[in-house]
Design a protein around this ligand. Sequence first.
Ligand SMILES: [Zn+2]
Length: 308
Amino acid sequence: MHRISKMSKSSHLSRTVRCILTAAMAALFLLPVESFSWGFAGHRLITKKAVMAVRPHLRAYLLPIADSLSAHSIDPDLWRKFDRAEGNRHYIDLDSLVTFPFDDLPTSYPAAVKKYGEEVIQGIGIAPWRIAEMVDSLSAAMKQKNARLILRYAAALAHYVEDIHNPLHTTKNYDGQLTGNKGIHSRYERWMVETYLDQLDSAIHPDPGSSPGRRLMPMIFNWLRGSYVWVDNLLLADRLSKTPGKRYTRNSSYDDAYYERLFRHTRDFTVAQMSKAATAVASCWQLAWNRAGRPKLNFLHAEIAATR
Ligand SMILES: [Zn+2]
């Protein structure tokens, strides 16, 4: 398994201290130091923004549980620790199988499996189909008016949708390991995002009230294409952010100057991708609710507050 989950850290800790803590924790659990998706802080932030982007009728039901949705949006990264099947649900290495714009890959899971075989499809990652599964599960939970399941699936759906808006979740070069950018995954999505969280918070503006397309899979593959196109820019930004002549042998070699430059080079598309992610999450929640017949969910807040 080439991707494992991460731990959140207080943003006020210095990067050096955080690196030492990370190394200590990794040694403790005998796990390599890698990270995935937008980092805990990034997921929580995007999910919070997504709630604000939902159209008014559904937003009235979700707003009172926004904190719970945001908090639980990291859960799928925690599930990885206990469930081996969780690993490949967070990404799809599109370019390991087909070339951009990936039209040769069928958007339906049975058709993709028929064309390439189940082992291959499971091997490249199944994020788009996991998202579709979560939309169905959320829709069923809304129909059943099951508050616990609504929270579980809405938060998990947010997580997977947010993951695929990180360009590194769409490529076989997910950690820059093929191009001399090893470690870029956690430097970008975790350390950079945590360091500049306040700036991202004020810059992320999802499209409020955007209506979901009826055909989910083409919409998901459009999001994937829109994410993948930033891979090269991100890897170039990593190269440009290093001080010429300096040796970067370990995590602690990446100093504040590196992260300041990385954020400057990637800020615009990172804000755009996070904003699009929040819009996409809102669209998926809306779609699930529409498919459920737009039930009244005014019991959500009381039931979820009671289980806390
Ligand atoms: Zn993830």
